[in-house]
Design a protein around this ligand. Structure first.
Ligand code: AMP
Ligand code: ZN
Length: 457
């Protein structure tokens, strides 16, 4: 029940009514299943009572409260609030702050993806035996790193930031630009005056340093550009065993696990995996459209004129996911069984690739046929706003999950995340945060860390 030291968190989430209690219990039970199912059926992956598979059923049931419920379930499972003496109200406003820092408008790198990665991380800790030999502060760091690992993601990738000479790329020297931003934003969040004394401030200097290191290393390791390097280091260390008392070895292990949790969608059910794909490719193709319109180079997998989602996912499964799971399952044997799910996903992807690029496997019946590959992207000026825009044709409906006729503004990184004009308050005020005025006002600027960066110290 929510009385396990989480009463305030639960009440802040609108608790007290039976509906919320049911939602929390729904999440609590499914957190212990890798597939986020109560009944796992091979193939379609849909549990008997769920209309949607896996994490999508959680989202349908709880909406954006899913994040708080999943964090509550994970934290209560490890009794973290009590052992780390984190007050309910502090935990509740921390969750609010995280929730506000993801963009709803980003199709793939949104709060739901963060919950998905955090849930997988939780499962590895709780059911993969990863919690053995770890202190409470390391478990906290991993869960926190996972839920924050894509914080304020703009829906554009590192190459886009670098090619478009974004402020963010200048700040981080073109290296792991987004991951540096996610990590810095996360540590800044923990360091805010309303959180610091209750979290890092309460730990010993060594423990605080360990938490920061694990959070930073884990988030930086989610950059696909360091995947092969890190996997090589992980495998080399694994053959000698990990000494968890040594920070470097511990962080290598934990960061590899958060990375695995980040790319684990093909190892869930095909039903859930295939629902991530239109989101992923909508984000990719949107970026490709803007690159084309701006005359920047476009990666083939982001070019909607030559769509090959099945082929690119087969590559992703075979070259990234399977070797990663193979390597890690020597340390976490429970993962071996999940490779069967990847095989199932590959089976369906290969069928899909043979059948042709379209439609998406979960396209609604009666969805209009997609335009043939090679159709040019139509760029022009949006009459309503007078701004350059890309016009979305109804004919592309089956290719991505976008409303026909939508106008997509052509925006670069600096418009998405402008550089700070003048020094402003470094942190949102605590009263407003604690008041939880989520509905009122615009979404907070996700770029506050930069402003803080320039005005701090
Ligand atoms: P992240 O951006 O932290 O979520 O790291 C995962 C990256 O791997 C994504 O940004 C994609 O570029 C790439 N990727 C390709 N296919 C997938 C997939 N099915 N699931 C997750 N990531 C994928
Ligand atoms: Zn991610």
């Amino acid at each position: 029940s929510p009385s396990r030291g989480l009463g305030d968190v639960y009440k802040r989430q609108g608790g007290g009514g039976g509906a919320q209690l049911e939602q929390l219990d729904f999440v609590r039970v499914r957190m212990h299943s890798w597939e986020f199912e109560t009944e796992w059926k091979a193939g379609d992956g849909v549990g008997e009572s769920d209309r949607l598979p896996g994490i999508f059923a959680g989202y349908e049931r709880c909406g954006s409260r899913l994040m708080a419920f999943a964090m509550i379930a994970a934290f209560e499972s490890f009794d973290l609030l009590r052992t780390l003496a984190i007050p309910d109200v502090v935990f509740a406003s921390l969750l609010d702050a995280i929730e506000r820092s993801y963009y709803d408008s980003v199709p793939y790198h949104c709060l739901l993806h963060a919950v998905d990665a955090m849930h997988s991380t939780f499962w590895l800790l709780r059911h993969g035996g990863v919690d053995e030999g770890l202190g409470k502060e390391h478990i906290f760091a991993m869960l926190f790193a996972a839920i924050c690992h894509d914080i304020s993601h703009p829906g554009k990738n590192n190459a886009f930031c670098v090619q478009s000479r974004a402020h963010l790329a200048l700040l981080y020297n073109d290296r792991s630009v987004l991951e540096n931003m996610h990590a810095s934003t996360t540590i800044r969040l923990l360091s805010r005056p309303e959180f610091e004394p209750h979290l890092l401030g309460k730990l010993s200097a060594d423990e605080g340093k360990a938490v920061r290191e694990t959070v930073i290393e884990s988030i930086l390791a989610t950059d696909m550009a360091v995947h092969f390097d890190n996997l090589g280091k992980f495998s080399a260390q694994q053959s000698q065993g990990f000494d968890l008392a040594r920070a470097a070895e511990r962080n290598l292990k934990l960061s590899t696990l958060v990375h695995l949790a980040d790319v684990a969608t093909p190892s869930k059910t095909w039903g859930a995996y295939k629902r991530w794909l239109p989101r992923l490719f909508q984000e990719f193709f949107d970026q490709g459209d803007i690159e084309l319109a701006k005359g920047l180079p476009v990666a083939p997998f982001m070019d909607r004129r030559v769509p090959a989602p099945a082929k690119s996912q087969i590559g992703f499964c075979q070259f990234i996911v399977q070797p990663l799971f193979d390597a890690v399952s020597a340390t976490v044997p429970q993962l071996e069984a999940k490779l069967e799910n990847v095989e199932t996903s590959l089976h369906f992807l290969k069928l899909w690739a043979e059948l042709g690029p379209i439609p998406w496997p979960d396209a609604e019946p009666g969805a209009p046929a997609a335009e043939p590959p090679g159709a040019p992207v139509h760029a022009g000026v949006d009459e309503a706003s007078g701004r350059p825009a890309i016009f979305w044709h109804a004919g592309k409906e089956a290719l991505v999950t976008r409303v026909p006729g939508t106008v997509v503004p052509i925006v670069g990184m600096n418009e998405l995340m402008p550089a700070p004009a003048a020094p402003g308050p470094a942190t949102p005020n605590a009263t407003r945060l604690l008041g939880g005025d989520k509905a009122g006002g615009p979404r907070p600027v996700s770029y506050t860390h930069l402003r803080a960066h320039e005005t701090d110290s």
